[in-house]
Design a binder for this molecule. Structure first.
Ligand code: NAD
Length: 257
């Protein structure tokens, strides 16, 4: 399969899953737009090196996705958007009666509302091109809940609902919209938590991963950013043309429990 000639906009893609997805799409020949809220030389250097690695055009566009106007401007300034991956996300953990209002607002804005804004601008571009793929990176927490993550879980369930609605509104067109629901993924953010957890629990690395971090992931293995990249590429393929409005879990069996 080839995505040569397609442009992919991946939100929140200067690290972790977004970067893994952008690399997987670029490996198939797609031109990519990387994004985050920072505007550092290393953000632009990352895009340049990704472009050089795969022989595609890769740009970095700063946009703070907590702001509706930035989310809309990101897609508009990309110029083309055949593939939209809504990936940017943040987390905060607290009981609901102590949950800071500003954290609730930020999580709903970045994890949910930004996908509404980017989709609203991308759809007319996809319709004009006669083809489009929207992939929303939700979570196992888009399908199940855990205590103390109210805003994240509300937002991710919202993303799954938005996914179904967009799929129905585009069902008769060559446009699909799906959500990927990862379990725990070994991103730099998660990797950085392992030494602390080893200290706190007095456990070795393998035991912390197995007994603390992956208690709900029956495979007892993290998903990888490469696996999420591969799932995204599949959703962009012709084989997936009739897959729309659904979720694909990449969670080692979490949601089968
Ligand atoms: P990460 O922190 O490495 O990546 C998050 C990305 O979002 C970063 O590029 C960050 O800069 C960007 N971002 C944050 N706030 C932003 C803002 N205001 N504007 C623009 N960009 C912003 O984390 P990750 O683990 O790669 O997470 C990516 C997505 O995957 C998130 O939506 C997350 O909820 C989801 N997810 C992650 C896991 C996991 O275990 N890592 C599991 C399920 C779902």
């Amino acid at each position: 399969m080839s995505l040569i000639g397609k442009t992919a906009v991946v939100t929140g893609s200067n690290s972790g899953i977004g970067l893994g997805v952008a690399r997987a799409l670029a490996a198939e020949g797609a031109d990519v737009v990387l994004n985050s809220f920072t505007d550092r030389p290393e953000d632009h250097a990352l895009a340049a090196s990704l472009g050089a690695d795969f022989g595609v055009t890769a740009r970095y566009i700063r946009a703070d996705l907590s702001k509706p106007e930035d989310a809309r401007a990101l897609v508009a300034s990309a110029g083309a958007c055949d593939i939209l991956v809504n990936n940017a996300g943040i987390q905060h953990v607290a009981p609901i009666d102590e949950f800071p209002v500003d954290k609730w607002d930020a999580i709903i804005a970045i994890n949910l509302s930004s996908a509404f804004h980017t989709t609203a601008v991308a759809l007319p571009m996809m319709r004009k091109a006669g083809w489009g793929r929207i992939v929303n990176i939700a979570s196992a927490h888009g399908l199940t809940a855990s205590p103390f993550k109210s805003a994240y879980i509300a937002a991710k369930h919202g993303v799954v609902g938005l996914t179904k609605t967009v799929a129905l509104e585009t069902a008769e067109e060559a446009i699909t919209c799906n959500a990927i629901c990862p379990g725990y993924v070994l991103t730099p953010l998660v990797e950085a938590q392992i030494p602390d957890q080893m200290k706190v629990h007095g456990m070795d690395r393998e035991t912390v991963i197995r007994e603390v971090m992956l208690t709900r992931q029956p495979s007892k293995q993290f998903a990888t950013v490469e696996q999420l990249g591969g799932t995204t590429v599949f959703l962009c393929s012709e084989a997936a043309a009739q897959i729309t409005g659904t979720t694909i879990s990449v969670d080692g069996g979490w949601t089968a429990l």
